[in-house]
Structure formats: structure tokens, C-alpha cells
Design a binder for this molecule. Structure first.
Ligand code: ASP
Length: 329
């Protein structure tokens, strides 16, 4: 099992029958049309990057075509809500991350239920996060950062990808560990947030290595720590949060594929099989390694392992979020 720590016309056109299995697609000939994989954050960000890495090899394995579509908003919940309502025929797939397990505890009226409204296809990858700042932000270490933000809490800005996003969650953990409340600046994804960080419009944020590695290596942003117990091979000079004195800041961002409940099991199995094939593709493995991550084991790229992980994570994050006393609405 995976390690754990603490606009879209096409969808609208396909939507409307919720969970009706009877209207599920024809499994035998699947796929007979393009499959849309919905990414709940901006193009160019980490979730988008991982999705585009696996899209072509999955499409090849399925003998079809995959179109990646970015449906932004509300920390990934707009996209999840749309896919939950899509026709369960295997032609609308959601790529989501840890946010699938945090949103129910954060939003009062989410409009979907992860375990009821989705069938899990398989886990994809688990990505470390980094704590990064604009290049000229004064603190030089994580300990300095803590001291600095406490002394300057009224003016420091912390970027994230909206409530329930991984960056939001990591920012919450940071603020709880540092004992400070900061001004948060929500974006539609950490792709644009990182652009603003490089440009100096925001001060710091947490984000996946799949987005930050290039900018850290190029010296365009300052990296304080990685949020995993081990250092990340592609970023050998960046200490872990534990090494840097903040072991409570421990989170890594798991990703999985979902289809609406009622999708025929044979189609879910075809998608899962294609996912496994994509994750075994050497080019995918190499691209992920460069960005500090790796595909999950084949046994985790299954509906069963994914569902078990989702169940466990829903419980884990409900407690963390309730202890932190945060709500989105
Ligand atoms: N890294 C973002 C997050 O905070 C999501 C994204 O833009 O892919 O969850």
C-alpha cells in the first residue's frame, strides 16, 4: 500500500444521469470515442503535469484517444462535482489528488460524496511537497522562515490552490506548527501561483516537486524543505522538514483516477489495466524521477487498493482538519 502521512462543455453535454448503471457505456467496444480526463487545477501545474505524463501511454494501451481538460475552481471541488454528475460510461475520468479526501471535512455543501459518487480506478503516484519562497524573500532556512513570518504575519502572503488543495493543506500544517495565522492568496492551481512566486508577487507556498523542481534547480525560487521523511533524490540539497526542525509538517500528495459511480466494472478494469501499463512505461518512470516522484506499485494501481486508501485518508484528514478548526464555507 502507498505510504501515508500525517470550462467544460463536453462534460456538460455528457452530464445528467448521475449514477444510473443502466446507462453505462458499452464495455466490449470501449473506447469508441475520445476519453476526457479532467484535471481539477490549472494547466501547467503539478496535477496537470502528472496527468499529461500518463495520458498518451494510457491511450495507447486502450487503443483510443485521451483529451486532458482543466476544470478549475474551489480547490478542485468544481471538477469533482462535474465528474460526479457525468454519464458513467467511461468517457469522463477524473484525476484528483489528496484533495478528494480533504474536501468533505472542509466544505459544508460539497455536492458530492467521494465514496458514493465515484468508482476508484487506481492510484497513480505520491508526490513530495516543497516549501518554497520568492528568491529574494529574507529567511534562509525553515527555522528563519518560522521566526520571520511570526514577526511579519500582517504582511506575509502564503499562496495556495484554493481550500482543500494540497498547498492549502500543507500551508495549514505549516501555520499550525509555526503557531501563526497568515494571509492566504488562493489561485486556480499552483501553476499560476508558482509563476507569481517567481515574479515576486507572493512570498511563499507549499507545492509538489512535480511543479517546483525545475524552478528550484534553476535558482528561481528558494527551497526550505521537502515534506517527506527522506530527502528527494532530484533535490539532494533540500533538507526534510524533520531535519529542518518541523517534523509536524509531513504530507505527501497521492493522486488517483476516478469515474462516476455506475461505470461498468469492465470499463473500470480496462482503465486500470491501461493505468498499470502507463506506470510501467520507462519514459513515464524517468520523467517522474526527474520531478522527485515515482509511479505507485502495480498492486496499488487497482480500484480496490485505491478505494481502501481513499477510505483511510478520509478518516485521517477529517480528524486533522477538525482539530485545526478550518472550514471553507
Ligand atoms: N498543487 C496544487 C495543489 O495545491 C494543485 C495543482 O495545481 O495541480 O493541490
Amino acid at each position: 500500500m502507498i505510504a501515508t502521512f500525517a470550462a467544460v462543455s463536453l462534460i456538460a453535454a455528457c452530464s445528467g444521469n448521475g449514477n444510473g448503471g443502466a446507462e453505462g457505456g458499452d464495455a466490449a467496444g470501449y473506447p469508441e470515442q475520445n476519453i476526457t480526463v479532467v484535471v481539477p487545477f490549472s494547466a501547467g501545474g503539478p496535477t496537470d503535469t502528472v496527468t499529461r505524463m500518463i495520458a498518451d501511454p494510457m491511450a495507447k494501451a486502450l487503443g483510443g484517444k485521451i483529451v486532458v481538460q482543466n476544470v478549475e475552481g474551489a480547490g478542485g471541488t468544481v471538477a469533482a462535482g462535474q465528474v460526479a454528475q457525468a454519464r458513467p460510461d467511461g468517457y469522463t475520468v477524473l484525476m484528483h489528488h489528496i484533495g478528494m479526501s480533504t474536501a468533505p471535512a472542509l466544505y459544508k455543501d460539497l455536492g458530492y460524496q467521494p465514496l458514493e459518487d465515484f468508482a476508484t480506478v487506481g492510484l497513480v503516484t505520491e508526490v513530495p511537497m516543497t516549501v518554497v519562497a520568492r528568491k529574494d524573500f529574507p529567511p534562509t532556512t525553515l527555522a528563519d522562515l518560522t521566526t520571520y513570518v511570526k514577526a511579519n504575519s500582517a504582511k506575509v502572503t502564503l499562496a495556495n490552490a484554493g481550500i482543500g488543495a494540497a498547498s492549502h493543506l500543507c500551508g495549514l500544517l505549516f501555520q499550525a506548527a509555526a503557531g501563526v495565522k497568515l494571509q492566504e492568496v488562493p489561485y486556480q492551481g499552483t501553476g499560476p501561483a508558482l509563476t507569481d512566486l517567481v515574479g515576486g508577487q507572493v512570498d511563499f507556498m507549499c507545492d509538489q516537486t512535480t511543479n517546483t523542481t525545475g524552478q528550484i534547480s534553476a535558482g528561481k525560487v528558494k527551497a526550505y524543505a521537502v515534506t517527506t521523511p527522506e530527502r528527494v533524490k532530484s533535490l539532494p540539497d533540500v533538507p526534510t522538514t524533520a531535519e529542518a526542525g518541523m517534523p509536524q509538517l509531513a504530507v505527501s500528495v497521492w493522486h488517483g483516477l476516478y469515474v462516476p459511480t455506475g461505470t461498468p466494472p469492465e470499463i473500470v478494469q480496462k482503465l486500470s489495466g491501461a493505468l498499470k501499463t502507463a506506470l510501467a512505461d520507462q519514459a513515464v518512470i524517468d520523467q517522474m524521477a526527474k520531478l522527485g516522484t515515482a509511479p505507485v506499485a502495480a498492486a496499488d494501481a487497482t480500484p480496490e487498493a485505491h478505494r481502501a486508501h481513499l477510505e483511510e485518508q478520509l478518516t485521517t484528514w477529517a480528524k486533522v482538519i477538525s482539530d485545526a478548526g478550518v472550514k471553507a464555507s
